[in-house]
Design a protein. Structure first.
Length: 411
């Protein structure tokens, strides 16, 4: 039997909608949900505890409201402080709200799906609930300082019982504020790169080590309950996707090839569905950062070149004058004069550097130049995207499955 722990934050329709988990929508038109069994589902959140629709009739906050309340309490001060810093830096366009954090792919809650078996065979829902409860307790004991479970739902109204659990990673930033940040949280918890000898990247990061640890925790609990579990991660099939574990296994075996053909196709499809709005957002950040860094470097290069030119010119004149004067006293006077000239040019050059930096920081000049950088970068990126799409269109393509739904339906 397969023990599944599959996680993610977004799909083809954006970040996962928590309304699916607590059934805060009209389920009548959902073909894979049995409306009559929905009342048997079990829900839990960090504020209200457990809830069953068939036995608990009181008014309750929805998962959407719970998550907004949690984010407001834990990250509200950070949002206010960061917005204030943005305004002081004249980047008010970067200001964000709690709602923005909840829908951003980097700061929204991560969702995990826990499932035993599939459509062909599973375990009693009570056993899944017991195993998952033990898993959540162990999860909180080991990681609760920086990873917080906000809510979860046990769905009994679909083909295979399964649990949706949502959590958020957070840690203290450079200003002493607690905010959502996954990698810093995992670093604080002591997670290392799967392959410490290689640079951190998409296929070598702490999240992979964390996911591997969580999967091992879940499997160990299943084994303690006497279940016969397939311990080997499988990657590439529709019935069971464990991408991070697969890559960790490959890294530990010291194999250079990290992706098979299916993974490459998935990555290509992921790149192709990148929205123009995402490209625009990246361009804004990159253009502003490039301007700040490049402007300073160019100014310093210009000043250094000016200093070299001035130094050479002064040295040439000094040498000529000294050659025409043989009296020691005269030479000493000439040297003192040229030393004064060098100091004068040095001070002037530094004033020039300050003036250039001031001009580059002028809001109107800065905005105009960043706009030019964005426009040229946009043309370059769109041209490359077009060529890339044409290239991929010539290769065989396979439809990318809706992973979340496939896992739920046990396909």
């Amino acid at each position: 039997m397969k023990a599944t722990r599959h996680n993610g934050r977004s799909g083809v329709h954006g970040t996962y909608n928590v309304k699916h988990n607590d059934r805060n929508f009209d389920v009548v038109n959902s073909e894979h949900i049995d409306e009559e069994r929905t009342v048997k589902n079990i829900y839990w959140d960090c504020y209200q505890g457990y809830y069953r629709p068939d036995t608990d009739k009181g008014e309750r906050l929805t998962f959407s409201e719970i998550e907004k309340q949690f984010y407001s309490e834990h990250y509200g001060e950070h949002v206010k402080a960061q917005n204030l810093r943005n305004e002081e830096a004249r980047h008010k366009e970067r200001n964000r709200t709690i709602d923005d954090l909840l829908v951003n792919k980097k700061t929204c809650p991560e969702e995990s799906l826990l499932q035993l078996g599939n459509i062909d065979g599973t375990v009693p829902s009570s056993l899944l609930a017991e195993i998952s409860s033990e898993y959540f307790d162990e999860f909180d004991k080991r990681f609760g300082k920086h990873i917080h479970i906000i809510d979860w739902a046990l769905h009994l109204d679909e083909t295979t019982p399964h649990i949706h659990e949502r959590h958020v990673f957070d840690a203290e930033n450079q200003y002493g504020e607690i905010c959502p940040q996954q990698d810093k949280a995992l670093e604080e918890l002591g997670f290392e790169l799967p392959d410490p000898t290689k640079a951190k990247g998409r296929y070598n990061n702490r999240k992979m080590s964390f996911d591997s640890t969580c999967r091992s925790m879940f499997l160990d609990i299943c084994l303690r309950h006497g279940l016969e579990i397939d311990m080997e991660p499988v990657y590439g099939g529709r019935s069971y996707l464990e991408k991070e574990d697969y890559i960790v296994m490959k890294l530990k075996d010291e194999k250079e090839q990290l992706l098979d053909t299916n993974a490459e196709l998935m990555n290509e499809n992921d790149r192709l569905v990148m929205k123009i709005s995402d490209v625009e957002a990246v361009l804004c950040d990159v253009a502003a950062d490039a301007y700040e860094k490049a402007g300073g470097v160019i100014a310093e290069m210009v000043i250094e070149d000016t200093q070299r030119t001035n130094e050479k010119l002064i040295n040439d004149y000094e040498a000529r004058i000294l050659e025409s004067n043989t009296t020691p006293a005269t030479k000493n006077i000439v040297k003192k004069i040229f030393t004064g000239i060098r100091n004068l040019f040095a001070r002037t050059t530094q004033r020039m550097l300050g003036s250039i930096h001031g001009s580059l920081s002028d809001p109107l000049i800065k905005e105009r130049n960043i706009g030019k950088i964005k426009e040229r970068a946009r043309e370059s990126i769109m041209d490359k995207l077009t060529r890339y799409k044409e290239q991929v269109a010539l290769e065989p393509r396979r439809c990318k499955p809706d992973k979340q739904r496939d896992m739920e339906r046990g396909l």
